[in-house]
Ligand binder design. Structure first.
Ligand code: NAD
Length: 330
């Protein structure tokens, strides 16, 4: 099959490195009007005219967020399968339109890039929950953040029209996605966003509390003013815990990814911990895992069931509630 990558920045290049190793992919075309000429990996296109001549089966969209929905609609209209990086759009209405278009395209797939779901450590946590090893999840606490840098503020991420939001929308969205995955439908959302430090119209900090119907509760602190990189998610169950500290990412800045999990062998409030399991994940397989899911669905002609338009829409609904509560809606 032939593939097109639209947007050849940081993530476009990550996808390219994964795709070029697949022997069933014949040609990889790249479209990015702003890349330097020296980057002549793959086959760089000057425009997107006459795509039907290139026999492109699927496109990977990795552009600034304000362009994501426009390209998604365009490629779906050409019956090209789409993999689009998060966030799915700057405005929820665009996603609703995409859902309508997709309804008419029974054989076309659309998947969104929420790579954090596909870290092997996160898959292990999901497995613990699925096998009901420690009983019901009681609560989840998460922290994700980094220091501000000038590239962030001066680039498209610092421009609300282009990014759609601040650190919550750009990075916190990953933990929000994980929490929805862990807890399911969210009934209550409370939040405080602020921009005290950067003094721009995007949030530099987001404090969010979420709860589902079963009163399982989660908190998120997503921040740009932490002065160091940090990722942590803690899940406490009736009879145990799973704590993930650090995350292997392309930047390599979030520390060693270590999952600790342990069972309380007594009935609470009595506590007798069994041996703590500690698993280190030295390689980030998340981008590859999710790319493989997408490609496999194309090969097997199967519809994508997760990270699809419904997941993206639900996530955007929660994000919108948060922005509305803080009068920061687009
Ligand atoms: N899953 C993750 O962990 C993760 C990490 C980083 C970024 N992302 C997402 O990936 C996407 C891209 O982010 P990035 O960090 O690679 O950004 P980037 O700025 O490094 O790359 C964006 C690229 O898009 C190109 N571009 C701009 N306008 C274009 C146009 N009209 N047509 C085609 N290309 C155009 C730019 O030239 C640039 O090369 C964003 O949606 C971002 O949120 C996801």
């Amino acid at each position: 099959m032939n593939i097109l990558i639209v947007g050849f920045g940081k993530v476009g290049k990550i996808r390219y490195e994964i795709l070029k190793k697949k022997n069933f992919i014949k040609k990889i075309f790249i479209y990015d009007p702003f890349i330097n000429n020296e980057i002549k990996k793959g086959m760089v296109l000057d425009n997107l005219n006459n795509l039907e001549l290139l026999n492109i089966k699927a496109v990977f969209i990795s552009v600034p967020t304000f362009l994501a929905a426009k390209y998604t609609k365009f490629f779906l209209s050409l019956n090209i399968h789409v993999f689009c990086e998060k966030p799915p759009a700057t405005k929820i209405n665009d996603l609703k339109i995409i859902k309508k278009i997709l309804k008419k395209k029974k054989n076309i797939n659309l998947m969104y890039g929420f790579n954090h779901r596909h870290h092997n450590s996160v898959k292990k946590i999901l497995d613990i929950i699925k096998k009901n090893k420690y009983g019901k999840v009681l609560w989840v606490r998460s922290r994700y953040g980094k220091p501000i840098d000038n590239n962030y503020l001066k680039g498209w991420r610092g421009n609300k029209k282009k990014s759609g939001g601040g650190i919550l929308f750009d990075q916190g969205i990953h933990v929000l996605d994980l929490i929805i995955l862990l807890l399911g439908k969210i009934i209550k959302v409370k939040s405080i966003l602020n921009n005290n430090f950067i003094k721009k119209n995007i949030e530099d900090n987001a404090f969010i509390i979420l709860e589902n119907k079963k009163k399982q509760t989660a908190s998120i602190h997503s921040t740009l003013t932490q002065w160091r990189h940090l990722f942590a998610i803690e899940i406490f169950f009736e009879r145990g815990f799973a704590v993930l500290n650090g995350l292997k990412t392309p930047s390599g800045k979030y520390g060693q990814e270590v999952l600790s999990y342990c069972k309380n062998s007594k009935k609470p409030p009595e506590i007798k911990w069994l041996k703590i399991n500690k698993e280190k994940y030295n390689v980030d397989k998340s981008f590859e895992n999710e790319t493989n899911i997408f490609l496999k669905s194309l090969k097997n002609k199967k519809k994508i069931l997760s990270c699809n338009i419904n997941d993206a829409l639900y996530l955007m609904e929660i994000v919108n509630k948060i922005y509305k509560e803080n009068k920061m809606l687009n």
